[in-house]
Design a protein around this ligand. Structure first.
Ligand code: SAM
Length: 230
């Protein structure tokens, strides 16, 4: 899997791949990353990438030419790229999208800054447009990282133990059941006794029940959509 980050601030992204699982995935060539800066594609004296909004409005927008030249160049070199624009007005990014996108060969994330990107660029180049939540960030870099992290851990060979993917939150449309480790008693609170007896069928039933209860409490929207109807 290759991730290309189109960003004015590559240093906000690159350190994330210098530690832990994604560093190992990069070293093992399970994922590759690279950066393209719209400023390198400007044609004006001061390498300006932003301009005033048509019709007025607070703040500046990234104007089309540098982004379009950059993306045309990218598409010429890699015709099969999948281009994703993070934006608060996109559809919500979900686990199901992370799994689906993990099968792509090359994903390009185009990070907006300022008040965002001229809509015509998004219309022309986006294969998908995602929001990572109902709040506004200062730029698309964090959103691109959030999505690429979630995608990368679904790429074969990135996680040490791929079985862990099957038991995670959202896998069956519900949240994961509470998990415990040692000590057996912590601040007077004990691990459910069945967890210590080793009967996996009972543990599995118990976990399913707890997972349903947790989903109902913390994410009634998921519960109504995925559990109640079953
Ligand atoms: N004016 C835009 C609006 O109200 O929808 C917000 C622009 S935001 C300050 C700048 C950039 O941050 C966006 O172009 C996008 O790339 C990124 N961004 C901000 N919030 C985001 C979110 N919730 N999900 C995905 N990207 C986001």
């Amino acid at each position: 899997m290759r991730f290309t980050y189109v960003t004015l601030f590559p240093n906000l992204i690159s350190p994330y791949f210098e530690d832990s699982i994604l560093k190992r995935a990069k070293n093992n060539k399970k994922i590759e990353i690279d950066f393209k800066n719209p400023r390198d594609f400007t044609k004006n004296k001061h390498n300006k990438v932003d301009d005033y909004q048509a019709g007025g409005g607070a703040g500046l927008l990234m104007y089309p030419q540098p982004l379009c030249d950059l993306l045309n160049d990218l598409k010429k070199k890699s015709p099969h790229v999948h281009i994703v624009f993070p934006t608060p007005s996109g559809k919500p990014f979900r686990q199901i999208d992370a799994k689906r996108l993990a099968k792509k060969e090359h994903i390009v994330f185009v990070s907006g800054r300022y008040e965002g990107i001229d809509e015509r660029v998004i219309e022309e180049y986006a294969h998908e447009v995602f929001s990572i939540g109902d709040y506004v960030l200062t730029g698309g870099e964090l959103a691109s990282l959030v999505m690429s992290d979630a995608i990368a851990r679904n790429v074969k060979g990135v996680l040490g133990n791929e079985n862990s993917l099957d038991e995670e939150s959202f896998e069956d449309g519900v949240l994961e059941a509470p998990s415990f480790t040692k000590p057996n008693i912590f601040k007077k609170s004990a691990i459910p006794s069945e967890f210590l007896k080793g009967n996996h069928a009972i543990i599995c039933t118990l976990k399913k029940e707890m997972s349903g209860l947790k989903t109902k409490y913390f994410r009634p929207d998921l519960f109504l959509r995925n559990v109640k109807g079953k």
